[in-house]
Design a protein around this ligand. Structure first.
Ligand code: PAF
Length: 285
């Protein structure tokens, strides 16, 4: 596995791969790799001759400096995991190489940021994501890129961006990987205080409950949202950022559930922000 640390070197490598006509997949990450990332890299390795993984903690997508500083970093463990999962290249640039002081261009998604994390983290978060992902696509030049369904809003926004801006890359969305107790894997999980596991699990419990209600015939979205919020509140020391039921295409709030919907939530447990989501449809849909 090659580790490439500059934009210029990655550009040359990408050109050589494209000229070789080998199939070429890409998994963008911010490091602190876990089984969720491993599943993306494995899938990319199964479907492509060459797999590039980026490890770059993107400063432009954090609005709280604190969260950026605290984001877990462990490059040596990440390189070992990426190689074991089947990566051929890890691109691990320095922030100054990715973002010069003179930069003046941003990629701005629009309506899809008016909901869920766009409301709580601000539009700036997704501008940071779209800008860095565009740059990574242009530097790495993959045919396919793999994203996780856990960041459902990010996945939808990236799909929209690729379509709207005609990026020549196919986006593959891969399922959420969970621990045995249901906690969705996230790089932030290592920061959950040990004694707050029950609280952290309240979000997946709430989503599972909401999904079951919908599958059993509940159609009133505000009532299902209330029932999900209760599941979180009964866990105790948890701050709800949002719990919502939205359209899978527009992310707009749904009032009456008569088709496939996205149940999505974000909570804070012991100062750690966790997100999760599930799809649900009424029986027969
Ligand atoms: O999902 C992530 O880890 C990040 O948002 C991404 C896509 C790597 C962009 O920094």
């Amino acid at each position: 596995m090659k580790v490439i640390r500059t934009v210029a070197d990655m550009g040359e490598e990408a050109l050589a791969i494209i000229r070789s006509s080998k199939s070429y997949g890409f998994v963008p990450t911010m490091g602190a790799l876990h089984e969720g990332h491993v599943s993306l890299i494995r899938r990319a390795a199964n479907e492509n001759d060459i797999v590039a993984v980026s490890i770059f903690v993107n400063p432009t997508q954090f609005n709280e400096n604190d969260d950026f500083e605290k984001y877990p970093r462990n490059i040596e463990a990440d390189l070992a995991l990426a190689e074991e999962a089947g990566a051929d290249i890890v691109f691990n640039p320095e922030p100054e190489d990715m973002f010069s002081d003179k930069r003046d261009t941003l990629v701005m998604p629009n309506k899809l940021t008016n909901h869920l994390c766009g409301l709580s983290r601000g539009k700036g978060h997704f501008i940071g994501v779209c800008t860095v992902v565009s740059k990574l696509f242009n530097i790495i030049r993959p045919e396919k890129a793999y994203f996780g369904q856990k960041d459902a809003q990010q996945a939808l926004i990236i799909q929209r961006m690729v379509h709207d801006l005609n990026f020549p890359v196919k986006i593959e969305i891969c399922p959420i990987i969970r621990e045995d107790d249901g906690l969705a894997l996230s790089s932030r999980n290592v920061r959950i205080p040990e004694n707050m596991r029950h609280e952290a699990l309240s979000l997946s419990r709430a989503l599972t409950h909401g999904k079951a209600l919908i599958e059993d015939g509940a159609t009133n979205a505000p009532e299902v949202i209330n029932a999900m919020c209760e599941k979180v509140i009964e866990a105790g020391d948890v701050e709800i950022d949002y719990i919502d039921i939205v359209s899978t295409e527009t992310l707009e709030d749904v009032a009456e559930i008569d088709d496939l919907v996205l149940l999505a939530g974000a909570i804070k447990v012991g100062g750690v922000r966790l997100i999760d989501n599930m799809l649900a449809a009424p029986a027969g849909k």
